[in-house]
Design a protein around this ligand. Sequence first.
Ligand code: EPZ
Length: 448
Amino acid sequence: MDTFVIQGGRRLAGRTRVNGSKNAALPLLAAALLTDEPVTLRDVPDLADIKNMHRLLAELGCHRVNEQAGPSGVQTFQVADSSNCHARYEVVRTMRASVCVLGPLLAKRGSARVSMPGGCAIGDRPVDIHLRGLTALGAQFTLTSGDIIATTPRGGLKGATIFLGGPNGSTVLGTANVMSAACLAKGTTVIESAACEPEIVDLARLLMSMGAKISGAGSPRVTIEGVDRLHEADHRVIADRIEAGTFLMAAAITNGDITIENCPMDALLSLNDRLAAIGVDVQTLPGKAGAEVDPMRATVRVTCGRVLKPVEVTTQPHPGFPTDLQAQLMALLCLADGNSVITERIFPERFLHVAELSRMGAKLFRQGPTVIVSGVRNLVGAPVMASDLRASACLVMAGLAAEGTTIINRVYHLDRGYERMEDRLRMLGASIERVDDKDLPGASGGGE
Ligand code: EPZ
């Protein structure tokens, strides 16, 4: 099993580029199910989760039609056979986001069988709000042997006014499912308490380029006028705000100085607010030859003072501080000069990285959804275990800053959301190698 070996203490310096967003690309790929015409996506990241989605689409009769041509990031998909509507457990259990095919299948094919996603390392992942929204459009659901069996009435889905709020805010993929399905419903749909994440705005942009009539995406109220059909489109995926935030904080934790291209700073204002309070400086560089800077694809330079200041942060739905950057911020605050407070409001159990950071000398005190981070002078390298995508990134950051050697087991978690992370960090001066854990000295089968 792949493992990272990191020699800490090196400052990151140099230039890197943010890839297209995993969390935008997954529902964008699912939208190819909404038409019989080809859908082209550009800047699709080369990630395990994306490969999983390709496999799922192929099982649903939607195939990549430009396999050979062009760079890997340009992907054209087209439905060739719409007879199979079953997203199997074997696929969904490895990637919960597979649930985002439910809305498109229902809207275009009138039926779907999607395995109920199980829980995962960051906590329960219910889909009750997805089903509430799709039921309001007329879908009927039964649960059989762990699969959601969905059908639509003879006349198809009908527009409705829907409230999509839940105890922890709205639902990103639930909004994607309902918005996608509403595009082909008869009449008008109003989604109240829609997710406002940039990935929802990006999906709405693709759907509108396919002929959908959507207004309000990015705000809590989205209105969709149903149309009879959607057509081909060619769309560039937004930059990955979570990958960008991870690199910003990786530079800061090593007291580095890096320049990041294709950085969606306009989607990172909450992070930038906290970084400024910590003493991390993020400068947007002027456009080439005075060209206008696209705040969603800016080039920024990140540096920081020698002393990191402690802060308080609570994760919230967008535009609040993203839960997907909580673990990475915790790693950074482990080295702040004082006590920080981190509260997790989206996934209250999203703290598997706490025990691993403690193994590296971090002083962390959890009370329910809150962790007090008492800053220490330095972290010490140790063997640690990755548990989920963003916790893995947090441990990589801690390893970059720690004294000595950090060994991160199960980096397959990281590969789900970060493309060739070790190569890109090495280009920035890090000492990081990917090795097979069997080749490590004293290797023995790791227990569960
Ligand atoms: C998306 O997951 C992201 N994944 C997650 O990123 C991200 O953490 C999450 O949004 C929150 O921002 C993708 O986009 C592929 P939710 P999603 O439905 O849509 C509760 C990563 O690391 N809820 O917005 O599945 C839920 O339990 C991943 O890249 C219900 O109660 O998350 C949670 O507390 C991890 N009922 C909250 O809402 C529902 O029907 C937000 O979940 C749905 C969700």
